[in-house]
Design a protein. Structure first.
Lengths: 176, 137
């Protein structure tokens, strides 16, 4: 009985060690927080549009097609890095890309899009970061996929890499 | 003499650390004029995690998002929202992770009870070990 009991800490320590190494090996971002908004309907919002003279009204933009929502800013270096992938995604059919320009200078943002190309069909200006809070955003760039019913199906924190680009393409087809 | 000096430096460093721990990031323009409302805002902010730094509360963090959330909480208090409504607003968007103190739920039962279970197992092992040791003696 005594010997068996003494084995307990050893077993416990071995299991802890195994879990620790498994988490080290498995590919994950430990600081990434899963979105609380997955499978929930998006919050309605209105804002100034960066591209159009009319207001950006969310109910007019969502709920018809699959929408890829991208929070970006010109001061954010990773946003520039992922821009080519967003342009590639914009080639997909039955998909619309909406940008949320986060705490940025609108003039600079327009210049940026002229220079790098504009994959967005409309862009909402989020000067004070209120839209970002409503979407649970904590560090741009962040990208969401919203289905044709206006429900959030996917969220990615950080720049879109080749791997994420492939994942997004796969998810778009799956959601369709 | 040198030992005494080193001891004094250590004591002062420790005291400075204690004082710094009590510091907070709220800026003067954020503070509400109503003292009661400001106390409520500070109470809530102390329990809200800064999603950028993750180990600090928004009350202590200088991150821009922490400032945005402090202002948002104060605006909600001025609108007459209760503590529960503000916590719900934040957890609806950022999940329970935004709370520094995890809520007592079915999914967090292990988090709350495992430490006690481990202590009990430890006591059991020590008790059994001592009993057998005395027997063998």
């Amino acid at each position: 009985m005594r010997k068996q009991l003494l084995k307990l800490p050893f077993i416990f320590f071995s299991i802890t060690l195994l879990i620790f190494f498994y988490l080290l090996i498995v590919e994950r971002n430990p600081s990434e927080v899963p979105s609380a908004l997955l499978n929930k309907k998006i919050q309605k919002f209105e804002a100034k549009s960066l591209l159009k003279n009319s207001k950006f009204i969310s109910s007019e933009e969502f709920g018809k097609k699959i929408v890829l929502v991208n929070f970006f800013a010109t001061w954010c270096k990773p946003c520039r890095d992922e821009h080519d992938y967003i342009k590639k995604i914009s080639d997909e059919k039955n998909l619309k890309i909406i940008g949320i320009n986060y705490k940025d200078d609108s003039g600079k943002a327009i210049e940026w899009l002229k220079k790098l190309g504009n994959p967005y069909s409309n862009i909402a200006i989020d000067k004070k970061g209120k839209i970002a809070i409503d979407w649970g955003v904590y560090g741009i760039p962040e990208t969401f996929i919203v289905n044709s019913k206006g429900i959030i199906k996917y969220r990615h924190v950080g720049p879109i890499t080749n791997k994420i680009y492939k994942k997004i393409r796969f998810l778009i087809k799956e959601i369709e | 003499m040198i030992v005494k000096k080193i001891f004094i430096i250590i004591v002062y460093t420790f005291l400075a650390q204690l004082l710094l721990n009590g510091s907070y990031a709220v800026e003067p323009d954020e503070i509400l004029t109503d003292q009661k409302q400001e106390t409520m805002a500070r109470d809530i902010s102390k329990n809200i995690r800064c999603m950028v730094c993750q180990n600090q509360s928004i009350d202590e963090s200088n991150a821009p998002l922490a400032k945005d959330l402090r202002i948002l909480i104060r605006n909600k208090i001025e609108e007459g929202k209760t503590k529960e409504e503000i916590y719900k607003f934040l957890t609806d968007r950022y999940g329970d992770f935004i709370l520094l103190k995890p809520p007592f739920k079915l999914s967090t039962l292990a988090l709350w009870f495992l430490p006690f279970i481990f202590v009990l197992i430890g006591i059991l092992i020590i008790y059994s070990h001592n009993k057998n040791f005395k027997k063998n003696k």
